[in-house]
Write a new protein. Structure first.
Length: 185
């Protein structure tokens, strides 16, 4: 019998840190930002304050690395593979999950990737990634009968009225200035 099966305590398994499934060798730093946009205008006493503040998308800045040390013999460097995977993820513009040391984010996109290569970092990838949450909203179209609309004849849908004959209308050959003069005389 294993130790886990005989334990009366629940076992929690923390997911591995990853950026859309791309796993880095080391995470140097994570900066999490969660903000509210709060009104600058006075709020009437007794009003619901939640109507005057809304949550902005979360953002995370991660500095992480991948190394070529102990890499594969296939020729491709792990640092290059990881960088290409991050660029592909950014280019797809499809929301993904971000797993950090503090929490898991849903619907994230890579806003920017910053990499510097010099003589000391030739065989590693040290990348700073700025990620931002996409807040998704559900939309539903609802048909409202004309009888329930204030100006149903103006705001309602188009009725099917069959084929219509065009009518010829005479164009008045009067300037706009003359039309204005007639209005005020």
């Amino acid at each position: 019998m294993s130790v886990l099966s005989s334990s009366s305590q629940p076992v929690y398994v923390r997911p591995v840190r990853s950026i859309g499934g791309v796993i880095m060798d080391v995470t140097v730093e994570e900066t999490h930002t969660d903000e509210l946009e709060i009104t600058e205008h006075p709020v009437q006493q007794g009003a619901s304050i939640t109507d005057h503040a809304f949550k902005l998308p979360s953002s995370v800045t991660i500095t992480a690395g991948a190394s070529d040390a102990g890499g594969n013999d296939g020729g491709d460097k792990r640092s290059v593979e990881v960088y290409e995977a991050l660029l592909k993820l950014q280019g797809s513009r499809e929301p993904f999950d971000l797993v950090t040391g503090k929490r898991t984010y849903k619907n994230m996109l890579i806003k920017s990737l910053s990499v510097t290569t010099d003589k000391d970092t030739e065989n590693i990838l040290l990348v700073t990634a700025e990620l931002k949450e996409i807040i998704l909203a559900s939309v539903q179209a609802v048909a409202v009968p004309r009888s329930r609309q204030k100006n149903g004849h103006k705001t309602g849908g188009v009725d099917q009225r069959g084929k219509q004959q065009l009518e010829e209308k005479k164009v008045q050959d009067v300037s706009a200035l003359e039309q204005g003069r007639r209005l005020f005389s």
